[in-house]
Ligand binder design. Structure first.
Ligand code: GLU
Length: 602
């Protein structure tokens, strides 16, 4: 049986008045307490296998892991499965997988073992039994043989009067001999901790806590006490007993957990005192809430990790980075960190007050990590290439792909595409959708609309045809983004615009040229993007030409010219010159004068 009181203690987030007032201060002011320990910290993540890892529990695991790494200590994993009825089959295995996916390898715990095992509470019942005996023998705990019916009636009666449940200590007066005898006979019973006053404790984030629970006599006249349950009728310890015994025996120095456990901590400290043990240092990290201030739940972001890792394709590093920033502050210039980098800079500067979870930040971090991977290569980048390949193969026909690839392997298109557009990478599916024009030869271009409708500054379409034809002169061997970039920037765009205009005498001819060139380049880039990728956002024009490959890029430019050839609006001279020059070259063009010298008439 689980006591109502202990259930409430475990679930209800509780903050004392003083801390509620202080909770508006963004960063904990206990400077000396936010300093890292000068010894290796032993921390633990102690999930109950009653569900899967969520954003909130992942964050708890990360903070504990990072403190151990930063101080050269150990990070333990302990499975708190004393509530067998709530244990979900397969949850433990999933926890292991999810922690490993996130990179949070535990130093001691299930699978890896360690000197203080077993690390699964259901395998430690003998340890809890002997410790319960110690508490009964030293007078801090007693057996309670009251039947459930009495306790329930008692709780109902108090509830009707608006009073919290409690216990009248009826069994506390049973003599030790009788208690032993009845227990030996198998009389059903629970074990309660005798609590008169809960102790105050020092939280590393919130400071002195527990003041408003200084007296635990719930009702002095009726002699009603909290006396929480330590051992249930099935002989299993409650979370409180097992948690304290294990943290002590496993030599845990720091406990970082959510504020929902804050209300249980006075009881835990009480237990440490009863055993005559020194408690670890506690840090209760703030609650995660959505933008509307609601506690995270399945309806908003506290979904289990599957959504992020399998459905959204978020990298472990992005999610870990994101979770680590929830309620923790640092002084670095950027927010983008790998797990290893976090381990090098971690401190105990946690923020107070609720932490708002903004999933836009996760998208930003995902793009930032994608950029890092694209820049550095390595297994993560290979993973991106292979996920994008899979999506591209499933969304494009093999004929379309092979026409673009021209005997190149698919990865030879995808790797440079990822490198050129990693800043927008969220996941493979979204990436392929955004860059869909790289995987099809059927470009659904909207009608070409120039950047300006002002006829005096408009660039004749024919001169755009001339320029794009000139760009196609580059042979396959030199078909690179760098060459295209150089050629576009050195293309003499001003001449095409200024050919038939007479600058005013007052104008500086050089300034006029610069302005004309700028206007031309702007239109040229606009036209080329429309021609090559139907105006879709994505890699820059030179990169696009290079990634598509010569054959496909030239074909697209030719197609674009045909689509716009009836729109020749330039002067008769320019139009004539355009007609002369827009026939697209063969790849084997022996003339190498294309290199950086594509000005019309050169
Ligand atoms: N078993 C508890 C949980 O599931 C652990 C709480 C603690 O860290 O003490 O979250």
């Amino acid at each position: 049986m689980r006591s109502l009181r202990s259930g409430l203690l475990a679930r209800r987030p509780w903050t004392c008045m003083q801390c509620r007032r202080a909770s508006s201060s963004p960063v904990a002011s206990h400077n000396k307490q936010t300093k890292l320990p000068d010894f290796p910290a032993r921390t633990r993540f102690a999930p109950s296998p009653t569900g899967y890892l969520h954003l909130g529990s992942l964050r708890t695991a990360i903070f504990n892991y990072l403190l151990a790494k930063r101080t050269g200590g150990q990070f333990l994993l302990r499975i708190e499965d004393t509530d067998q009825k709530r244990t979900v089959p397969g949850a433990e295995q999933r926890l292991f997988e999810d922690l490993k996916w996130a990179g949070l390898q535990w130093d001691e715990g299930p699978v890896v073992g360690g000197p203080y095992g077993p690390y699964r509470q259901s395998e430690r019942t003998a340890i809890y039994k002997s410790h319960t005996h110690d508490l009964i023998n030293n007078g801090h705990a007693y057996r309670c043989f009251c039947p459930t019916t009495r306790l329930d009636a008692f709780a109902r009666g108090r509830n009707r009067l608006g009073l919290p449940p409690g216990y009248d200590r009826k069994c506390a007066d049973i003599s030790p001999e009788e208690s032993e005898e009845r227990a030996a006979k198998g009389d059903p019973h629970i074990v309660r901790l005798k609590v008169d006053d809960y102790p105050v404790f020092e939280d590393l984030i919130y400071g002195k806590m527990g003041q408003n629970r200084s007296s635990n006599k719930l009702d002095l006249i009726d002699r009603i006490y909290d006396d929480p349950i330590l051992v249930k009728t099935d002989g299993y310890p409650t979370y409180h007993l097992a948690n304290v015994v294990d943290d002590h025996l496993m030599k845990i120095t720091h406990v970082i957990r959510g504020t929902e456990w804050m209300s249980s901590t006075p009881l835990h400290v009480m237990l440490y005192n009863a055993f005559n043990w020194a408690p670890p240092q506690f840090s209760h990290v703030p609650l995660l809430v959505d933008k509307a201030g609601r506690k995270l739940s399945k309806r908003n972001a506290d979904i289990d990790l599957t959504l992020f890792k399998d459905k959204q394709g978020i990298f472990p590093a992005s999610l870990v980075n994101f979770a680590a920033l929830l309620g923790w502050s640092h002084t670095q210039k950027s927010d983008v960190f790998s797990l290893e980098e976090l381990g090098n800079i971690f401190n105990l500067k946690f923020t107070r007050g609720n932490t708002v979870v903004s999933l836009e930040k996760l998208r930003f971090l995902q793009k930032s990590h994608a950029q890092r991977y694209a820049l550095n290569g390595g297994p993560e980048f290979d993973g991106m290439v292979s996920s994008v390949s899979k999506v591209a193969e499933s969304t494009s026909s093999p004929e379309q792909l092979s026409q673009i690839l021209q005997f190149r392997p698919l990865n030879d298109l995808i790797a440079p595409l990822l490198q050129a557009d990693s800043k927008s990478y969220t996941n493979a599916t979204e990436f392929v959708t955004r860059n869909s024009t790289f995987f099809t030869t059927n470009l659904d271009r909207p009608q070409y609309t120039p950047t300006t409708s002002n006829t005096t500054t408009a660039v004749p379409i024919s001169s755009l045809h001339v320029a794009s034809a000139a760009l196609c002169l580059v042979p396959l061997t030199h078909w690179t983004a760098a060459v295209h970039k150089f050629n576009i920037s050195s293309y003499d765009g001003a001449s095409t615009i200024l050919e038939n205009s007479t600058p005013a005498l007052t104008e500086d001819p050089e300034q006029v040229r610069i302005a004309a060139d700028k206007a031309f380049k702007k239109e040229l880039y606009h036209y080329l993007r429309w021609a090559l990728s139907a105006g879709a956002p994505g890699p820059g024009v030179p990169e696009t030409m290079s990634i598509l490959g010569r054959e496909e890029a030239v074909r697209r430019l030719q197609e674009a010219r045909e689509l716009t050839s009836d729109k020749t609006v330039g002067s008769p001279v320019t139009a004539r010159r355009a007609r002369e020059k827009t026939s697209l070259p063969e790849e084997s063009d022996p003339d190498r004068s294309w290199m950086g010298s594509l000005a019309p008439g050169s």
